[in-house]
Design a protein around this ligand. Sequence first.
Ligand code: NI
Length: 213
Amino acid sequence: MAIYKQSITDQVFNHLREEIVNLELKQGEQINPKKISEENGISVMPVRDALGRLASYGLVEIKPRVGYFVRSFSKKDILEIMEVRKLNELYCLRTHFSAIDLFKVRKFTEIMKVGGEALSRNAFDQMDDFLHDLVIQASGNSYLIENYNHVKDLVVLLRHLDRERIVQAHTEHQAIVESILAGDCQGAVSNLEYHLERVTTGITHYLEEINVL
Ligand code: NI
């Protein structure tokens, strides 16, 4: 980790956040602030501050007198977070369908042509972000967008737990985009609903496999 003078807390926060959402730190793994501070030649205070902030984003769990841990998810957590996504994304798609930026969608279809084996984790993540954000942005409602962004880090983290499904998820995204471009609101809503259902199943299956549920 490269540490610069400018806001040490921010840098520790960003670095740990990346490691958590990219699953480099495992669910339930303990994070030792003293070790991080010693390894990077910084005081322990900014590390604790960064961990406190990560806790407020739901990425870190603080157990009093025990320590800091990477947040782990129960099946209930997954279903609740996915419910928030469905509530917001399906609502925005249905209600603000005509406000979706079709110019951006058309540009997006070009980027989406990369598929199959050529599809990297990183490319998929960017496309996934772009498409779901586009739907939320269509609302033009700053309160709704801010509210959705509050669970955004968890959305990113959960996306990485839906790890076996990149190719299928990509196909599901294509179906959503096709319906949007065809002006078929109902079709787009059902395709998005199907996609979010499959994401939910993908994550819960993965967690069952690693015995976290
Ligand atoms: Ni998606």
